[in-house]
Design a protein around this ligand. Structure first.
Ligand SMILES: *[C@@H]1O[C@H](CO)[C@@H](O)[C@H](O)[C@H]1NC(C)=O
Ligand SMILES: *[C@@H]1O[C@H](CO)[C@@H](O)[C@H](O)[C@H]1NC(C)=O
Length: 422
């Protein structure tokens, strides 16, 4: 007990020192006039302006594929997969949009596959494959551009857990695989795990953050000097008894390990109850735990960055949002799933100056901006990072355009249920 309270006060000292340090460092950065730019790292590309570097043609689909779904259930605008709606809306008014498909570099098919919500508001992707196939059939039969490449110059937003595998449970997602008709396209997806059957080959997909509401978060910002008096913070499920009665498949057991090992630790402030002060609490914490759930990521990562709380990512092989532009290794702490029982030692052993370094990276407005889908979109935000990612993939390689009459995709592959009309 005594040991613990000594530890706890040591940690408080680190936390306070870290905040004080950050104050002066941030000021110094400002003197140079470089507050917005992360110099000397991959972060530079966050400032790129995509306008003039690519042209996107947006297919006009029947409203049943997109806007009608939002009219039916506006909760699609606020849940964590809302990127599919905001990317579409932002494209319609973007300077990169072209109305002439013959000059387009990229084609966008606006299908809201995660807008089919259960009464409790959970998006269920079971009809997504049928819907997606129907939308592609529509596009392929009315415009010549799909058949020309079978989708290799088309991009889709598939934000659900496990992306275009369209299932929230990993084993079932893996057995489905990426929907066959999407296999040549570029997927803009939240899901990111290296060498996974639901992830496209390296570099093809664009990994984006889950949607977290910018205005709601920004309205709850505390003064930057607020002391970080909590060492490690987490609110959320440890077990998902309904979907995982045995308790060790959910989060591959990592969340259960957090709870079983640290529920009474004085340096961990963890609970399954989400309080009304959740956003404020994150601003009073040094570390915010971001363990995997069913998928490797959650909106916690975005919230932690916005609130300047160092994300502790526990998700082996995770591919983080805009990983080719945001220097995550300098901003977050990564802990292997099997090391969760030692999480207390791992975190308390991080030298204060390293904590401070991460905090100053998180204080960068460019990084925060890049993780948010603003409405209307703003320079540097997540929508612009998607465009930057698409622009960096240009020009298209030789293999994109098929020879006349050549076909690659198999329209009849997949479970029989997916082949039914939508
Ligand atoms: C594209 O190919 C499919 C068959 O693979 C065909 O049914 C469709 O009519 C073609 N689209 C156009 C615009 O020619
Ligand atoms: C397409 O997939 C189906 C189902 O897996 C298979 O039976 C069929 O032989 C495939 N067709 C081609 C041309 O590969």
């Amino acid at each position: 007990m005594k040991m613990r309270s000594v530890l706890a006060s040591a940690i408080l000292a680190i936390a306070t020192a870290a905040v004080l340090f950050l104050g002066s460092e941030a000021q110094e950065v400002k003197k140079d006039g470089h507050t917005d730019r992360i110099s000397g790292s991959a972060g530079d590309v966050l400032e790129d302006d995509p306008v003039g570097r690519l042209k996107v043609y947006v297919y006009d689909l029947p409203a049943k594929y997109n806007t009608e779904l939002v009219d039916k259930d506006p909760r699609c605008l606020t849940h964590m997969f809302a990127a599919e709606v905001f990317v579409h809306r932002s494209l319609l008014t973007s300077a990169v949009r072209t109305l002439d498909p013959d000059e387009a570099d990229w084609f966008f098919t606006p299908v809201y596959t995660t807008c089919d919500l259960t009464p409790s508001g959970h998006p269920m992707p079971f009809d997504s494959p049928r819907m997606m196939r129907a939308a592609i059939r529509h596009v392929a039969s009315r415009w010549p551009y799909w058949n020309r490449t079978e989708g290799a110059d088309h991009f889709f937003v598939t934000p659900h857990d496990f992306g275009a595998c369209f299932h929230f449970k990993e084993d079932q997602a893996v057995s489905r695989g990426i929907l066959h008709v999407l296999r040549r396209a570029t997927l803009v997806q939240t899901f990111g795990q290296s060498r996974h059957p639901c992830m496209q080959p390296a570099g093809r997909s664009i990994t984006v953050p889950p949607y977290a509401p910018p205005q709601r978060m920004e309205s709850r910002l505390l003064p930057p000097a607020t002391p970080r008096s909590v060492f490690a913070y987490f609110r959320g499920l440890f077990y998902d008894a309904g979907n995982d009665p045995e308790g060790w498949r959910y989060a591959r057991g990592a969340r259960a390990e957090v709870w079983e090992n640290f529920r009474s630790s004085p340096v961990f402030d963890i609970s399954a109850e989400r309080p009304g002060t959740y956003y404020e609490d994150m601003q009073r914490a040094v570390f915010c735990l971001c363990p995997l759930g069913w998928a490797p990521w959650s909106p916690r990562l975005v919230e932690a960055v916005v609130f300047g709380c160092v994300p502790v990512v526990v998700a082996d092989g995770i591919v983080l949002p805009f990983h080719d532009a945001i220097p995550w290794a300098e901003a977050a702490v990564f802990v292997a799933e099997e090391d969760v029982p030692r999480l207390d030692t791992i975190l308390t052993s991080i030298p204060p100056e390293e904590v401070v370094r991460r905090q100053s990276m998180l204080a960068s407005p460019a990084v925060k901006r890049a993780l948010l889908f603003q409405q209307p979109s703003q320079p540097g935000d997540a929508f612009h990072q998607i465009l930057n990612g698409l622009a960096r993939k240009l020009p298209h390689g030789e293999g994109v355009f098929l020879r006349p009459g050549q076909t690659v995709l198999n329209w009849t592959a997949g479970p029989p249920r997916d082949l039914k009309p939508w």
